[in-house]
Ligand binder design. Structure first.
Ligand code: URA
Length: 432
């Protein structure tokens, strides 16, 4: 044990040294108790940003972050398994996946987040359902997870408080984009659920946090390593986020699309990703015949019934599952047409995400309010052949004053070319 002061620990890390368990635990405890001032915490984050962290340092940092708050208690006689996505445009996977996998005989206690900027958040999407509550105490979260097998809710202030403080400091000191800091942040919030298995969906491409496969692979390997060091079977899929996932981008329209997947009617890319992640989750949890179980749940409607049960348990109106038209809609629609024929060669996911945000579907600051009924439907996806004046996308909005900027963004996001493009596969790699 070093017995180093915070000042000495910062200097040690700055010079490329290895922090021992006592350094790391004192740092996290000091940050949460506020005995370490923000300027020293920020200096340590910057030292980590430049010097990185070894596997043992990361395992200890993640453990210390988990121990900074309450642990979730989710008694379960069956394996507990979760999925985390690094976020993308049109990513409504969790809303279909959590109930689908739970209907195959495991517990899925999913803590999820809100959207900020061009990517949406699962909690915001779910809150399109009238009455549904995502702010639950740790006790209530555990009770619903145990009783119903599936839950998707937000993170209480009492869970991993160290991450909230460190993330805010990272945000204001340009130290968010550090692989060790991202990995420990995400993994602490997942491992606190007391999981048996975890599957990570690491998005790669123009609409994602990680723009290159190399960066995404490194993040995946780091997170899988942390999971392993905590005794949790962890695997990661690298998946393409070059264009939005599915055809709907917004909130209520994304919930409706997730419901369609559970009816076997969702768009091909989304349905493939939900099924693939579901099979990996069951396999990682040690469940036999995972593919057969997922297909049976889709065919029998067991996944859909589980979604209705989950919505009801969280106070929402479960009738949306049978009647998605009960979800909020928008007063106006505007079609965006192509001015030339050819093939859709790319759709900038970020541009579409920003367009949806500008209609009111997302927020620029955490205080912004979401308009759940607005969004964008993509009629043409990459590789589709289009003729002059075919509809590429439809904007749905309530405030006509917002539609012009959104139309411009959507028009610019679509690239039409003379030749059919090579479309890379959706599932790029598995890391385990
Ligand atoms: N999401 C998180 O939860 N933490 C990060 O550091 C980055 C993305």
């Amino acid at each position: 044990m070093s017995g180093r002061s915070i000042r000495e620990a910062i200097r040690h890390k700055r010079n490329g040294g290895h922090l021992d368990a006592e350094d790391i635990r004192s740092f996290v405890t000091g940050v949460v108790r506020r005995s370490i001032p923000d300027y020293q915490a920020s200096a340590m984050l910057m030292a980590i940003y430049f010097r990185g962290m070894s596997d043992p340092e990361l395992a200890t940092l993640t453990a210390a972050m988990i121990e900074s708050g309450e642990r979730l208690s989710i008694p379960s006689t069956v394996p507990k398994v979760d999925k985390h996505s690094t976020g993308g445009v049109g990513d409504k996977v969790s809303i279909a996946l959590a109930p689908l996998v739970a209907s195959c005989g495991v517990t899925v206690p999913m803590m999820s987040g809100r959207g900020l900027g061009h990517t949406g958040g699962t909690l915001d999407k779910l809150e399109s359902i009238r009455g549904l509550r995502t702010a639950l105490s740790p006790k209530e979260f555990g009770r619903i997870a145990t009783r119903h097998g599936a839950i998707i809710a937000g993170q209480s202030d009492r869970i991993v408080p160290a991450d909230r403080i460190l993330y805010a400091l990272r945000d204001s000191t340009a130290t968010v984009s550090s692989i060790p800091l991202i990995s420990s942040s995400i993994m602490s919030k997942k491992l606190v659920e007391g999981l048996d298995a975890l599957v990570l969906d690491i998005k790669v491409g123009s609409g994602a946090f990680m723009e290159t496969t190399e960066d995404a692979r490194l993040l995946a390997e780091t997170m899988v390593g942390i999971g392993r060091s905590h005794g949790v079977t962890t695997r990661a899929l690298l998946t393409a986020m070059d264009q939005p996932l599915g055809r709907e981008v917004g909130n209520a329209n994304e919930v409706a699309e997730a419901i369609a997947v559970l009816r076997g009617k969702g768009p091909t890319d989304l349905a493939l990703l939900v099924r693939t992640l579901g099979v990996h989750m069951l396999e990682a949890a040690g469940v036999d015949s995972p593919a057969h179980r997922i297909d049976r749940s889709l065919e029998s409607g067991a996944g859909l019934a589980k979604l209705a049960g989950m919505i009801k348990a969280q106070g929402g109106d479960p009738r949306v599952v049978e009647q998605p038209e009960r979800l909020p809609g928008a007063a106006h629609a505007r079609r965006i047409r192509t001015t030339e024929g050819g093939y859709v060669t790319s759709i900038d996911a970020r541009g579409i995400g920003l367009a949806a945000m500008s209609l009111g579907a997302g927020r620029q600051t955490m205080e912004d309010r979401i308009d759940h009924g607005v969004g964008i439907t993509l009629s043409a996806k990459v590789g589709d052949e289009v003729r002059r004046s075919d509809v590429l996308a439809t904007l749905r909005f309530n405030d006509p004053g917002l539609a012009t900027r959104a139309s411009d963004l959507v028009e610019r996001a679509y690239v039409i070319g003379a030749l059919a493009p090579d479309v890379r596969p959706l599932i790029l790699e598995t890391v385990s």
